[in-house]
Ligand binder design. Structure first.
Ligand code: NAI
Ligand code: MG
Length: 349
């Protein structure tokens, strides 16, 4: 639906999430998308948990589900806060939303924008997108621990790979590769050691490839992929991989393309049976929170992914172009406040 209103659930979260989310909203309001964003703000995250001892009440999840899309800042408290049990927000909120809303495509575009510094001496023209499986692999909570804290402790996390889950994410990756100029897709896995999961990934990748003769393909083991991404990242176009490998690859991808302040992501439900969620890759950054020094660019770029998902490709491209222009105008040695960067990008729209 390209007209009317979009019901947007907004979860600013904690720390710099509270600072970058208003800038992302500023840009969403400024861009000419032809739709009106009706926002509902949800107070979720570490601060909310410490106050209420609730992470994501079922009634709140049910309300969020009624929206067209979700914009998330970041959640996370102060390091080693004894009142915040480890993993409670990851499992209870972030992973919970991904699993419940069936965000099986975790989308991370990685582009080295002109004027942006990379820690690589000669990165080349980097422009690839990682399609990370978001609902299976070792992150499903399929495991447990016995005899904890004794010399006989047993701990398992079993990687779950279903033919259904693999095929649908592989199909999404081929479709994305097909829409890009280079039309190239790389499968990253560890088929030589993780032979059972590797086999189902490999067979379904080959089967779907046969339906897409216009997309060229290759395969890399995860360890070799880390070498290629560091030595020659411009060779990649679209990468499809499992949940754990994707988690690791995308942090390296963010690092080589100018860092965490620029990396955006989408937790996408391509079947649109529930709202997709868009967020910067970074966390709540308690070390710099509340000082207006966080770069809101990643949060702003996540609205471009949101607009694209909702079918507003022109508006998505306009946001990206405004960011690109802002980045190429940045001068080393000068700093702007979080809100000044948001203002500057919004003004270009
Ligand atoms: P982080 O991404 O919050 O910070 C890592 C480093 O990057 C820090 O030095 C920070 O100051 C800097 N940084 C991050 N975003 C920046 C920005 N926009 N502009 C400038 N500098 C930026 O990762 P960290 O420190 O490991 O985690 C902090 C908290 O965030 C933890 O509680 C963690 O669990 C949570 N977290 C939440 C995520 C989410 O909500 N999706 C993702 C990652 C971490
Ligand atoms: Mg990660």
């Amino acid at each position: 639906d390209n007209t009317g209103t979009v019901q947007l659930a907004v979860i600013p979260g904690d720390g710099i999430g509270q600072e970058v989310t208003p800038e992302a909203l500023k840009v969403l309001e400024a861009v000419d998308s032809g739709v009106k964003f009706e926002q509902t703000h949800y107070d979720l995250g570490a601060e909310n948990y410490l106050r209420t001892k609730e992470v994501l009440p079922p009634t709140v999840l049910a309300e969020i589900r009624q929206h067209d899309a979700i914009l998330l800042g970041a959640v996370g408290g102060k390091p080693n806060d004894p009142d915040l049990p480890p993993g409670i927000l990851e499992r209870g909120l972030l992973l919970k939303l991904r699993f419940e809303l069936d965000h099986y495509v975790n989308l991370r575009p990685s582009r080295l924008f002109p004027g942006t510094a990379s820690p690589l001496a000669d990165p080349g023209d980097v422009d690839f997108v990682v399609v990370r499986e978001g609902t299976e692999g070792p992150y499903t909570g399929n495991g447990g621990a016995l005899r904890v804290g004794t010399p006989h402790e047993v701990a398992t996390e079993v990687s779950v790979n279903t033919a259904f889950g693999v095929e649908r994410v592989v199909r999404d990756a081929f479709a994305r590769a097909e829409r890009r100029p280079r039309k190239h897709l790389t499968l990253v896995h560890k088929t030589n050691v993780l032979v059972n999961a590797g086999s189902v990934w490999w067979r379904l990748f080959e089967a779907v490839a046969a339906e897409h003769p216009d997309v060229t393909t290759d395969y890399m083991h995860i360890d070799a992929a880390m070498i290629h991404m560091t030595v020659n990242p411009s060779r990649f176009d679209v990468i499809v991989t499992d949940n754990l490998f994707g988690d690791i690859i995308t942090d390296l991808a963010a690092a080589i393309t100018g860092g965490i302040g620029l990396a955006a992501s989408g937790n996408v439900n391509p079947d649109r049976t529930a709202p997709s969620m868009f967020e910067p890759v970074h966390g709540s950054a308690p070390d710099i929170a509340g000082q207006q020094v966080a770069d809101p660019t990643a949060a702003i770029l996540s609205t471009s992914l949101l607009l694209d998902h909702l079918g507003h490709a022109d508006a998505a491209a306009a946001v990206e172009a405004a960011v690109l222009a802002d980045l190429s105008d940045r001068r080393p040695g000068t700093t702007r406040r979080t809100s000044e960067i948001g203002d500057a990008i919004a003004a270009r729209l």
